[in-house]
Design a protein around this ligand. Sequence first.
Ligand SMILES: [Zn+2]
Length: 173
Amino acid sequence: MIKELPEDLIVSVEGGSEELRELVYEATFFYLKLLLKRKIKNINIDIELVDNLRKKEKIFGDAITGETYKDIIIRLNNSKTNYQLVLLNLAHEMVHAKQYIRKELVDLNLTTAKWKGENIVHEDYHYFDHPWEIDATGRERGLYFRFISNGGYQKQKWVKEFPRWMEEYKIKP
Ligand SMILES: [Zn+2]
């Protein structure tokens, strides 16, 4: 984890309620700090909370790169009540953002990606077995729980899942 984020990091959040936008904005900085090992300049993250993304495209979110591998565009399924799910989905997509920013994951074409130097053909793996999905799925809860703990959000009514033992064992972000 890096101590400070680069000052030129730009995050924008659109859509959803003001309350949720503020949480997503705060969580994006928090997640990135935990995900990056060193300062990287010129990172741009654009996040859009999209109404009915789940219904229309059958996804809770996605992350792609824009003009450079450090321009990240994230879409998240908007929810008026289930902020926990939005923040978990954000954590998942932020792991993918980290993979792009650190060039761990490079999309070569529609069928193939390069993962840490190795070519991976998508259809050779089940969705859950893609190495970038193992990374994202494996880290989403840890990022989210630490955000909740760090921000003191444990008692918010939208927090449905928070491991009490984290407090008992005084686990710090
Ligand atoms: Zn994923």
